[in-house]
Design a protein around this ligand. Structure first.
Ligand code: ADP
Ligand code: MG
Length: 249
């Protein structure tokens, strides 16, 4: 079996007396969507932040491929290929959709912002921008001002910005939150396809979507990992049902 793309090993963090994430290990394999579920306050968002480097762990290690991310901040981890969406919107609302993707690419390439005008004429860059827009189905809205996009359109733009980093792994915190039925269908389809480009660690409340999309599921409860398994294994797990699924059937 191939080496995991991403591994979290024994991550822990406390906020005062609260052990928000307590000795959690999980991994992300090539081509998979690994969903992270659990009750409100279980530590899901905190665990993602420990992986992205937004928070530094009290103990534990994150590996991207064979590389330890210990000591690297969020920006360095993003450059290494850990792409996160939806925590902090990076969208520049006053710029067009296309300019947002272009800016994300410029950032990735470490080119100076003052080169923006020249890069704009650069054919290779242009093609990468168009490819990212096509990927998230925003070609028709490329010239729209980002601030005028629908909620779903903005979410898809955020994914395009993450894709501009050519990520090795995608981390998403509740990408379906606030989307209507159409937006949910569209985003679910997009996530299902994206796993082939980069595996996805997906925190999501919408259990229908989780059961439809996930290759594996991990369950957090009070900061601890209760179980990791296939959808069928997790649905059948008595501890999981007691902690979480029991309430919703
Ligand atoms: P989830 O995403 O699973 O709903 P969180 O990771 O947001 O849970 O939070 C886990 C626990 O840690 C909660 O009790 C929350 O109140 C607490 N928490 C999260 N971030 C902080 C913080 N920066 N300072 C103090 N407590 C926090
Ligand atoms: Mg959360």
């Amino acid at each position: 079996m191939a080496e995991p793309v991403l591994q979290a090993r024994s991550l822990s963090i406390s906020f005062g007396a609260l052990k928000a994430v307590d000795d959690v290990s999980l991994d992300l394999k090539v081509g998979e969507i690994h969903a992270l579920i659990g009750p409100n306050g279980a530590g899901k968002s905190t665990l993602l932040k420990l992986i992205t480097g937004e928070l530094s762990a009290d103990s534990g290690t994150v590996f991207l491929g064979a590389s330890s991310m210990t000591g690297l901040g969020a920006a360095a981890r993003a450059r290494a290929g850990l792409a996160q969406t939806f925590q902090v919107s990076q969208v520049a609302l006053e710029h067009s959709v296309r300019e947002n993707v272009l800016l994300a690419l410029v950032g990735t390439e470490h080119r100076s912002f003052s080169l923006f005008r020249n890069i704009r004429r650069d054919a290779a860059f242009g093609e990468r921008v168009e490819a990212a827009l096509r990927r998230v189905n925003l070609t028709d809205e490329a010239d729209a001002i980002a601030g005028d996009l629908s909620h779903g359109g903005r979410r898809r733009l955020e994914i395009a910005l993450a894709l501009a980093l050519s990520p090795k792994a995608l981390l998403m915190d509740e990408p379906l939150a606030g989307l209507g039925p159409d937006g949910t269908v569209q985003m679910t389809g997009l996530l299902g396809a994206l796993r082939r480009e980069a595996p996805i660690l997906l925190v999501e409340h919408d259990m229908d979507a989780v059961f439809r999309l996930a290759d594996r599921i991990s369950v957090l409860d009070y900061g601890r990992l209760l179980a990791t398994g296939t959808v069928a294994e997790i649905r059948a797990n008595p501890d999981v049902r007691a902690a979480y699924l029991g309430a919703s059937g």
